[in-house]
Design a binder for this molecule. Structure first.
Ligand SMILES: [Zn+2]
Ligand SMILES: [Zn+2]
Length: 169
């Protein structure tokens, strides 16, 4: 006996073999896809797209949404027509600073770049993030430490004000 899983697409049952999970960016473009044969549920699809719970919550707040589409209706394309790309403002950059994670800490903070060595920002003294809410001797910029972390909102706000010249570091 074989079991066929169906998804409801536009009110119609469609076999999983003809469906795909599609992540829709806030601008309306499709930005990620997963085969429903391997990722049965929406939760699994978010995980498949390397978005652990904290990142998923942030993305949902930004307006990302997950849907099931017929494979024939999927429109794989890089978002080239929207500004900002995907309808999401990129994380602000600040001269002499880098986005980094604290060991065992939560979130990515914007910290002054003192010495960067083997993926770590190492300092002689504790270095505070621009938000003033986190400090550490060692901040990591390694993908393993940075991936799945959400940008600190206070650091984003502070970086924008610093870039506008509204405040000084
Ligand atoms: Zn777009
Ligand atoms: Zn911060």
């Amino acid at each position: 006996m074989t079991t066929t899983i169906y998804y409801e697409v536009d009110g119609q049952p469609v076999p999983a073999s003809l469906c795909m999970w599609v992540l829709i960016a806030p601008c309306g473009c499709e930005c990620a896809w997963a085969l429903t044969e391997y990722t049965a549920t929406e939760d699994q699809a978010w995980e498949d797209f390397s978005r652990p719970t904290a990142v998923r919550r942030r993305d949902e707040q930004l307006g990302y949404r997950m849907t099931v589409k017929r494979r024939s209706d999927v429109q794989m394309a890089d978002c080239t027509t929207h500004t900002p790309k995907w309808g999401v403002e990129p994380r602000p950059k600040l001269d002499g600073h880098t986005w980094a994670a604290k060991r065992g800490g939560r979130g990515l903070h914007l910290v002054p770049l003192v010495i960067e060595k083997n993926g770590y920002v190492i300092n002689d003294d504790r270095v505070a993030a621009v938000c003033g809410r986190a400090d550490a001797y060692s901040w990591s910029v390694q993908p393993a430490a940075v991936e799945g972390q959400v940008d600190c909102k206070s650091c984003i706000g502070r970086a924008k004000r610093l870039a506008d010249g509204a405040v000084t570091a």
